[in-house]
Design a protein around this ligand. Structure first.
Ligand SMILES: *Cc1c(COP(=O)(O)O)cnc(C)c1O
Length: 386
């Protein structure tokens, strides 16, 4: 091996875009349900739900299989169906729009504000029609959408939070998960805390919570745990709703409980390193780091590349960084431009120009809790020397 290769190997780091922090505590936590034999939704899920509700200062938390199914449950419980419209941002994960289509309803897109990556409240009012049943406000990358401005723009339309990225985040001192009629969180490994796959609905409305609890478990009038522990475990429940099986397992509930205990530490570390990145990248004229806002959950650190000033186009910058062992990704998608939705709803790229620019010019750089100081320095130096 030549000296140069050796040098590269010594200095080269491999930094993933995201990596969950799981280990011995999570491993020990799954022992209990495995040894007891209660594997599906049971006492561990209940404990996780209670702790999650307490942390987010909300009355009800209902665990399910993903944020996608959490959103689906909320929309079904709200009665969203064919001929209804649901307003969603044009720059988000594809699931935000797909869940509307699952209900047979039409997603109506709104362009985003490129300084926050969230729905532009100024463009909401003109999208509201008699058919508008809800607005899904996404808290993208952990930054809460401007809920007050959105509800001012559409005072009569209920807001559902897509809080997939926003566990532990807050808006004007109010926790994500309490800002609309209901909220959906994700525990995919790409998010701040994880259960492998997993999601959570939060809401303060008792009737909505009851309905979601039934819909989550085939439409059954009582949960399996209630039935098994109740006086007549041999009697099957009633099924008066068309439900789904979107139950979280107790294995995941046990992991979620451990992860939730680390949430505030994770966010604190992410915030600290986000501030570091902002300081380090400030002097580079072709990159715009995200703004540091109070209450941000920092699920991801997403910058914008100005290709008129950058040494290379965005994709080539991502390739150059990858060759140095640094993973990056586009922030997320302009969902109106994705094949299925574009075809189905006859959408054009130009319809939502800001979302399109976000799609083409955003770049998420690594920010996760397995990274150490040297990793952050390595990333910042690599970008400075491009
Ligand atoms: C990750 C994500 C989802 C989907 O979450 P799953 O738990 O994977 O279903 C939905 N919306 C947004 C904004 C996301 O980032």
């Amino acid at each position: 091996m030549c000296l140069n290769c050796l040098k590269v190997n010594i200095h080269m780091r491999k930094i993933e875009i995201a990596m969950p922090v799981t280990g011995k505590e999570e491993w020990l936590a799954v022992k209990e349900p495995l040894m007891s034999g209660w594997l599906t939704q049971g006492p561990k899920v209940a404990e996780f739900e209670q702790a999650f509700a307490a942390r987010h200062e909300v009355k009800h938390a209902l665990a399910c299989t993903s944020c996608t199914t959490a959103l689906h449950l909320i929309l079904v419980a709200m009665g969203v169906g064919p001929s209804d419209e649901v307003i969603v941002p044009a720059f988000t994960w594809v699931a935000t729009a797909n869940v509307v289509v699952y209900c047979g309803a039409t997603p109506v897109f709104v362009d985003v504000d490129r300084t926050t990556y969230n729905m532009d409240p100024a463009q909401v009012a003109c999208k509201v029609t008699e058919r508008t049943k809800a607005i899904i406000a996404v808290h993208l990358f952990g930054l809460c959408a401007d809920i007050d401005a959105i509800s001012e723009a559409a005072p009569d339309v209920p807001i559902v939070e897509d809080a997939a990225c926003a566990a532990g985040a807050s808006y004007k001192g109010r926790p994500a998960g309490t800002l609309g009629v209901a909220a959906a969180f994700s525990f995919h490994p790409r998010k701040t805390i994880t259960t492998g796959e997993g999601g959570m609905v939060t809401c303060n409305d008792n009737a909505l919570a009851d309905k979601i609890a039934m819909l989550r478990s085939h439409g059954a009038s009582v949960s399996e745990e209630q039935r098994h522990l109740g006086p007549k475990p041999y009697l099957l429940p009633e099924f008066n709703l068309l439900g789904f099986n979107y139950r979280m397992t107790d294995l995941q509930g046990a992991v979620g409980l451990v992860q939730l205990g680390k949430l505030d530490t994770f966010i604190g570390e992410r915030r600290k390193w986000a501030q570091y990145y902002c300081r380090e990248l400030r002097g580079i004229d072709w990159i715009t780091p995200p703004e540091i806002s109070d209450g941000c959950g920092w699920q991801a650190f997403v910058c914008q590349v100005d290709e008129e000033k950058s040494p290379l186009p965005r994709n080539e910058i991502m390739e150059a960084l990858q060759s140095m062992g640094i993973s990056t990704r586009p922030g997320t998608h302009a969902v109106h431009a994705l094949g299925y939705l574009r075809e189905q709803f006859s959408l054009e790229d130009e319809d939502y120009p800001e979302a399109m620019k976000c799609d083409r010019f955003t770049m998420a750089i690594p920010l996760h809790n397995r990274m150490v100081e040297e990793d952050f320095k390595y990333v910042a130096e690599a970008i400075k020397h491009l």
